[in-house]
Design a protein around this ligand. Structure first.
Ligand SMILES: [Zn+2]
Length: 357
């Protein structure tokens, strides 16, 4: 990374600039440029990448089939199992269960393949304790508590791991750069190094990214366009249910929803999500409407208050009978009367907060 000239990277959009300026030319964000500085002694990578004929590459692609997760809801979101050499970014608010989900996945896959779980946030003992609490068999899983990315990649290459889990990208640091962990420059360069590693070594990489207040991972589009798949993990405050949605997926469908429930033994898949979207009343409730919303390939039954029920003036803002498309019903648009439909708020598109603003 020895560059003759300094380069500045925007922490909001990832655009590069040759000189520092107050405003990013690309996204117009103020004070968002950070200098990309190589650490003293760091040298440019010079060894050539291995080349292969198309025929050989096709043979390799055929033999490397997807690895099944063992969780049908996760397979649904991915469009089948995990693709070798793919890079997945898992975003969500702190504490929602991202580490729990990936620890479960890593332990399950480690029964058959070499898997490396690298955490820059917890010690090996803490991760082992969590695996024990979730009653996971982590005997075959290799754990490493480190935030030096190069050392993690080296270990992954030595073990020829099928999957490398990075928990989290904000805690990782490339020793080739001067900037501190979590800075825009580190986030971008570490993600690029992980992508390079995945594409040349064939290991799948799953990266945990904490979302910012604005609902995006480290500034909109800074990392999203570098990886193959972007998943968002969301829930309503206080709810034990979690929803997982792919907002970008190079190897499968986008906007397919996966439902999970958080329990003492980790995340359990919800096989019939309509059951949690319908309220459980002993008697039929006047004014309550059940509608069918199609989200992804699966129809969902959703219950909410109807527009004609007048109780507190809510109905006056929704005059007459109305037709709502399935997308509206699933919370894609937000008019006052729809927002009032409490039941509908549960199916809300993850990661949309920053798009609304
Ligand atoms: Zn920018």
């Amino acid at each position: 990374m020895a560059r003759s000239q300094s380069v500045f990277v925007c922490r909001a959009c990832g655009a590069e600039a040759l000189k520092w300026q107050g405003q990013c030319d690309h996204c117009k964000a103020w004070d968002s440029l950070e200098r990309l500085a190589a650490a003293p002694g760091a040298s440019e990578r010079v060894e050539p990448s291995p080349a292969a004929s198309l025929e050989a590459a096709n043979l390799q692609a055929e033999s490397s089939s997807r690895l099944p997760f063992g969780l049908a809801e996760l397979d649904r979101v991915f469009g089948g199992g995990l693709v070798p050499g793919s890079v997945t970014l898992l975003g969500g608010e702190p504490g929602i269960g991202k580490s729990t989900l990936l620890l479960q996945v890593a332990c399950s896959l480690a029964q058959q393949w070499p898997i490396l779980y690298a955490s820059g946030e917890e010690s090996v003992a803490q991760i082992a304790l969590r695996a024990q609490r979730l009653q996971l068999s982590a005997a075959q899983l290799e754990l490493v508590a480190d935030n030096a990315l190069e050392a993690i990649l080296q270990r992954c290459a030595q073990r020829q791991c099928a999957l490398l889990v990075i928990d989290s990208i904000q805690s990782m640091r490339s020793t080739l750069l001067e900037a501190g962990a979590g800075s825009a420059v580190q986030l971008r360069e570490c993600t690029l190094a992980l992508v390079r590693h995945a594409k040349t070594r064939g290991s799948a990489v799953m990266i945990i990214g904490h979302v910012t207040k604005e609902g995006s991972i480290a500034g909109p589009k800074l990392l999203e366009h570098l990886v193959d798949t972007v998943l968002y993990f969301t829930s309503d405050a206080g709810s034990r249910y979690r929803m997982l949605r792919a907002t970008k997926n190079r190897f499968g469908p986008v906007n397919e929803l996966g439902f999970f429930a958080m329990s003492e033994r980790g995340l359990k898949e919800v096989r019939n999500p309509s059951a949690i979207l319908l309220s459980r009343h002993a008697q039929p409730v006047p004014g309550s409407v059940v509608m069918v919303a199609r989200d992804g390939a699966r129809p969902l039954l959703i219950e909410g208050p109807g527009g004609s029920q007048s109780r507190s003036g809510t109905a006056s803002r929704c005059p007459g009978p109305r037709r709502e498309s399935a997308l509206d019903a699933a919370g894609y648009s937000q008019s006052p009367c729809r927002a009032a439909a409490g039941g509908l708020r549960r199916v809300r598109q993850p990661g949309r907060r920053h798009r609304d603003r």
